[in-house]
Design a protein. Structure first.
Length: 68
């Protein structure tokens, strides 16, 4: 029983507090990064545009097109 009691105390007083301190540290560092974050200039790429043309299949009456 003593071993179980010691493991429970180690878990409560060491592991949980370590997790909370790590999360708090991450929160503070990310908060500082957001203040200094700048968006990059937008560059339009041809391969990233929305496609409106349907995909032709074997049967010309059917077209696969999710936009129309």
């Amino acid at each position: 029983m003593e071993g179980l009691k010691m493991c429970r105390h180690l878990y409560l007083f060491v592991a949980i507090q370590t997790v909370f301190l790590g999360r708090f540290n991450t929160y503070l560092t990310e908060k500082d990064k957001v203040k200094t974050l700048r968006r990059l200039e937008f560059k339009p790429y041809n391969h990233l545009r929305i496609r409106n043309k349907g995909i032709e299949t074997y049967n010309d009456s059917e077209k696969l097109n999710n936009y129309n």
